[in-house]
Design a protein around this ligand. Structure first.
Ligand SMILES: *[C@@H]1O[C@H](CO)[C@@H](O)[C@H](O)[C@H]1NC(C)=O
Length: 108
């Protein structure tokens, strides 16, 4: 069942200027406390936005700002990514992935 135990918001249609919140949850157990958020713009590769740990502060990539992409991580099993103040260029595929801390293994 590799890859089948992480669930996220399927499709979200929003207007320019809105905020969009995407949910992600998993059933892999409390050890999988790290949540990664990525997005893929049309015609581009998947780029990491942020690493959101259950304990501690989120780590943003240099081109991603906390004001634009706030995250929540209430517990190991769930988290959200919000994309604030949507512009047309935010239309993309958004992915979450989870991993154990200090692990090379990422389960998309
Ligand atoms: C988006 O979020 C900001 C701050 O959290 C809020 O001020 C704003 O009203 C929200 N925008 C919409 C369209 O709901």
């Amino acid at each position: 069942t590799y890859g089948s135990d992480v669930t996220q918001t399927p499709t979200l249609w929003k207007n320019v200027g809105d905020n969009a919140t995407i949910d992600c949850s998993h059933t892999k157990g409390t050890g999988y406390s790290q949540m990664y958020w990525y997005r893929q713009l049309q015609g581009e590769g998947m780029k990491q936005i942020v690493l959101s740990p259950t304990y501690g502060k989120p780590e943003y990539e240099p081109n991603s700002k906390i004001e634009k992409f706030p995250v929540t991580k209430p517990d190991a099993a769930s988290g959200t990514l919000t994309v604030k103040d949507l512009v047309a260029e935010d239309k993309a595929l958004y992915f979450c992935a989870v991993s154990q801390p200090h692990s090379d293994t990422v389960n998309l």
